[in-house]
Design a binder for this molecule. Structure first.
Ligand code: SAM
Ligand code: SF4
Length: 326
């Protein structure tokens, strides 16, 4: 369906949990993460109902995210339900990748199980290729588990895996070329697509984003041979000569993409957020059938025209990224 500004809204990002096995410094506080009780978060059935209603309103792509979706109990049932929803053409999942090698059943690891449940695409977050820096950025994560996760996803048959990298000034800036080189692949493994994302002043990052913020143009300065090859949703795409994978620049701050925004979000406790950076949240829990459809329709129609980030402005959202579903 179209919103009040004529944008066709076709993409829903749905958070299945606020919890995470990592603590990335720009995303979650080190301690004191409030654990929602089981009854506070959407049940598997509620998520199924929401996906159905979203599809009826014209959503064709649904991304499961979090927190870390793979720590959510019942994640495979959720994936299966969403993937089987008539009208949802793409079921995607964003993960930090560290749990993809873990056993999901006697014979399948999580990467294989996700594929079997109908997940069509994976985005895996990786901000650095340096083990020490990874441990520091994630507050204790092990780089190898994320890299093994990427390999497990590939082995399970996921194609066009995207790596999400948040640019952080003075932290992973010097690694831009190395990360871009992942788009070439090697003799032993295929290429990846790398998406550089500008850090947004939200949640933890709201405190220090301005000094750590790095515009995406830094990627083009660091790797001058990148040639533009078009657009993919909100990402501007580039390619290294001879590489098969693409480099995408997602620039919510330096060139906000609000006029082309096609997405809305649902938090793990069932609030619809028409805009990531607005404080507006429309509660959906307890609504069913026509009531649910009507509430979602009104919320989507009322999506704000744009956010006001940039300069010194910080997000008006009262939640951190792990709580919204990044
Ligand atoms: N745990 C999963 C993961 O890390 O991929 C899914 C949830 S995480 C919140 C989704 C994405 O949001 C990650 O790629 C993460 O790097 C990004 N993210 C978190 N905080 C951010 C911020 N302040 N600015 C930009 N991206 C952010
Ligand atoms: Fe967890 Fe993802 Fe946030 Fe990192 S970015 S703390 S992995 S939810």
């Amino acid at each position: 369906m179209k919103d009040q500004y004529g944008r066709e809204i076709t993409y829903l990002r749905l958070s299945v949990t606020d919890l995470c096995n990592l603590r990335c410094v720009y995303c979650m506080p080190e301690r004191g993460v409030e654990k929602l009780s089981h009854s506070d978060i959407l049940s598997v059935e509620e998520i199924g109902e929401l996906a159905q209603a979203a599809a009826e309103l014209g959503i064709t792509k649904l991304r499961l995210t979090g927190g870390e979706p793979l720590v959510r109990h019942g994640i495979l049932d959720i994936c299966r339900l969403v993937a089987q929803t008539s009208g949802i053409a793409e079921t995607c999942l964003t993960t930090n990748g560290t749990l993809l090698t873990k056993s999901a059943s006697a014979s399948l690891n999580y990467a294989e199980a996700l594929r079997e449940c109908g997940v069509s695409r994976l985005n895996i977050s990786l901000d650095t290729l340096d083990p020490e820096r990874y441990a520091k950025l994630t507050r204790g994560g092990e780089l190898k588990t994320a890299l093994d996760g990427i390999e497990a996803a590939r082995a399970a048959g996921f194609a066009d895996i995207k790596i999400n990298t948040v640019l952080i000034s003075g932290v992973n800036e010097a690694e831009i070329r190395k990360l871009v080189e992942l788009t070439r692949g090697t003799e032993t493994r295929g290429e990846l697509h790398v998406r550089f994302i500008e850090m947004m002043p939200i949640g933890e990052a709201a405190e220090w984003a301005s000094e750590r913020f790095l515009e995406n143009s830094a990627v083009l300065r660091a790797v001058t041979e990148l040639a533009p090859v078009g657009l993919d949703g909100v990402a501007r795409l580039y390619r290294l000569p001879g590489a098969t994978g693409t480099v995408g620049l997602i620039s919510p701050i330096s060139s906000h993409f609000c006029p082309d925004c096609n997405r809305v979000r649902v938090t793990s406790d069932g609030k619809l957020k028409p805009c990531l950076h607005s404080a507006d949240e429309i509660p959906l829990r307890g609504l069913h059938g026509d009531d649910l459809l009507q509430a979602m329709r009104a919320a989507i129609f009322g999506k704000p025209q744009r956010h006001a980030l940039g300069g010194k402005a910080i997000s008006k959202s009262t939640r951190s990224m792990n709580a919204i579903g990044g």
